[in-house]
Write a protein that binds this ligand. Structure first.
Ligand SMILES: Cc1cc2nc3c(=O)[nH]c(=O)nc-3n(C[C@H](O)[C@H](O)[C@H](O)COP(=O)(O)O)c2cc1C
Length: 179
């Protein structure tokens, strides 16, 4: 079984596109991919992996994408143990129309999995991003990779590549496939 898994929630397909791209770059033989809507059955699936990439776009006003809501609620009740799991976050947002809560869902996931014992990695510099506020910014860095396909689709590939370079320190992804 692959050591790494991506679990993503995506309403209009943007985070799904990013997840698919990351999956291709890491390599299908070492990384599994689950849609929170179609494939996710229980948190036990997540716990089978040591390295987890969670993708979640932001909706409402700073809220997590719909398919993450029930799983997060259930985990808050059941408190599964993520100790020893390495977790990195990514997700889509829109800094122009929703710059007051830009990619804030990543901050919610960060707090959630930290509380469950996971080791969160893959912070990303805020340089080059414009936003009023983000719950995903801690100590002047994003807690994961923000993607804005609405306004800055030209930066997506470069941002993914830079983020995966950062992740190499923490994830067994030494040799990335070429895009
Ligand atoms: C009603 C609505 C609310 C949104 N709220 C936010 C928000 O609070 N923060 C943000 O960064 N983006 C927000 N967005 C933008 C989406 O996150 C963005 O369109 C993203 O690309 C959707 O990704 P997905 O297709 O993976 O779900 C919102 C979009 C809509 C239509």
């Amino acid at each position: 079984m692959a050591k790494i898994a991506i679990f993503y929630g995506s309403t209009s397909g943007v985070t799904q596109g990013v997840a698919t791209k990351i999956h291709e770059l890491i390599g299908e033989e070492v990384c599994d991919i689950y849609s929170m809507e179609e494939d996710f059955m229980s948190v036990d699936e997540m716990l089978e992996y040591d390295y987890l990439l969670f993708g979640c776009s932001t909706w409402g006003s700073g809220e997590v994408q719909n398919d993450w809501r029930d799983p997060l609620f259930d985990m808050e009740m059941d408190k599964p143990d993520f100790t020893g799991k390495t977790v990195a976050l990514f997700g889509a947002g829109d800094y122009v129309t929703h710059g007051e809560q830009f990619v804030s869902a990543l901050g919610t996931l960060y707090d959630h999995f930290k509380k469950l014992g996971a080791t969160l990695v893959g912070e990303f510099p805020t340089d080059g991003y414009t936003y009023e506020y983000s719950f995903a910014v801690r100590d002047s860095k994003f807690v994961g990779l923000p993607i804005d396909e609405v306004n800055e689709s030209d930066k997506t590939d470069e941002r993914i590549a830079s983020w995966l370079e950062i992740l190499k320190q923490y994830f067994p992804i030494a040799s990335l496939e070429t895009a």
